[in-house]
Ligand binder design. Structure first.
Ligand SMILES: [Zn+2]
Length: 402
């Protein structure tokens, strides 16, 4: 499995000039090779020039023009010729099939924005200064360019490309990922209900508690954020010692909350994916549309002492953030394990009786309790929700078999 990464580069002024020259010279190589093919095509003999012939000329071109073409990587120049070759092949394929495609065009220097290095280590080196905390990528003829690496690169880097977008420069990597072995089928299916009191309830009657320390961590973070908000908005270098410490505290607590949430989400998702072939969950986008944005004064909670309504709002927002992270991880893990995950419309999943199908708001006298008014079935309300989610998921799966 190949995965692509794109990072912003921070070239120095001199490196920006060199990057511009890379594009310019590869562009002129491309256009020169295209000219040669055009001339051959127009010649009465309709000779066609092959990639191999053009690639073999690169050596002479480099020797003839050491100041320009000779500076750059041989392999990136071949990659540019291969790009032209692909365009030509597509053109001839369409001619053959009876279309009248336009002949491949010359590229203006402002329309030539990418140079590819087909192999890391050949004319380029990703992470060329591995012992420095700043990531850099080295290009032959340009030097070590700083990279804003905002996420980790996993797997072995295959190709490295320079890309210009407006006035910004990017490095694009493709990396080969190890595809994990799909897990053996278990024959088990499950529905899950994401909640506040418990992180999730499943249709087998199980519960996963919220992350330990999650609430205290989030409350501490909120306190720290409130403290920080009392400082005036000023430039970084104008901040007082107390202001700087307040910023550091928020950063630290934020990181801790995020790590705990991720850790909990990974463990919970792995637990489900190991055991079940099929997992149904509520579609949070639909669910959130139906929710009031914030507790209103006329809701019962507002009249409780000790700021219970505010606390409920906080718990809700912590939970919201956690669910999104969890579902993203669950989908990714399920895909690599060969499991199926389906999101279902959550409407009525908490009101419908799984035994007799009677649907009424009154079936749920409290947040936790489900008691069917028609048949008397009783269960934990979240287990009922999860059971209904599973059933809706199975209906959807059977309607659109994979
Ligand atoms: Zn019932």
């Amino acid at each position: 499995m190949i995965r692509a990464y794109k990072f912003l580069m921070r070239p120095t002024v001199g490196q920006q000039v060199a990057l511009g020259e890379i594009l310019r010279d590869h562009c002129s190589l491309y256009n020169g090779a295209l000219q040669e093919r055009r001339d051959a095509y127009r010649h009465p003999s309709k000779t066609s020039v092959k990639y191999g012939t053009q690639s073999a000329q690169v050596k002479d071109i480099r020797a003839f023009d050491p100041e320009r073409q000779g500076r750059w990587s041989f392999s990136s120049q071949q990659a540019t010729l291969r790009r032209l070759d692909k365009a030509m092949q597509a053109f001839f394929r369409r001619v053959k099939s009876g279309d009248t495609p336009g002949y491949p065009r010359f590229r203006g220097v402002n329309w030539f924005d990418t140079v590819e290095f087909p192999k890391d280590g050949d004319g380029c080196r990703w992470d060329s200064t591995p012992h420095d905390p700043v990531t850099r990528v080295r290009f032959q003829g340009v030097g070590h360019v700083k990279v804003n690496q905002h996420r980790a690169v996993t797997g072995k880097v295959k190709t490295v490309s320079v890309k210009r977008e407006g006035r910004r420069w990017f490095v694009v990597l493709t990396a080969e990922q190890d595809r994990p072995e799909p897990l053996p089928p278990t024959g088990s299916v499950v529905g899950i209900d994401l909640g506040i009191a418990s992180f999730l309830a499943d249709s087998h009657g199980g519960f996963v508690p919220n992350p330990r320390h999650g609430r205290t961590g989030a409350a501490k973070l909120e306190t720290a954020q409130r403290a920080l908000s009392r400082f005036p908005r000023v430039r970084r270098d104008k901040r007082t010692g107390n202001h700087r410490r307040a910023v550091e505290k928020v950063t630290k607590l934020h990181g801790r909350v995020r790590r705990q949430r991720l850790d909990h989400a990974h463990k919970t998702a792995l637990g489900l994916v190991r055991v079940h072939d099929f997992i149904a969950h509520e579609d949070l986008k639909i669910r959130n549309m139906g929710k009031a944005p914030a507790p209103k004064p006329d809701q019962a909670g507002a009249f409780l002492p000790n700021g219970a309504a505010a606390k409920a709002g906080l718990n809700r927002s912590i939970a919201d953030a956690g669910w999104g992270v969890f579902l993203t991880i669950l989908h990714a893990k399920a895909e690599s394990a060969g499991r199926e995950v389906i999101a279902v419309d959550p409407r009525n999943t908490s009101r419908e009786c799984p035994e007799c199908g009677h649907t009424a708001k009154e079936n749920r006298p409290t947040q936790e309790k489900f008691h069917c008014l028609a048949c008397g079935h009783t269960a934990h309300a979240d287990t009922v929700g999860a059971t209904n989610v599973l059933r809706a998921g199975l209906v959807r799966r059977d309607a659109n078999p994979a």
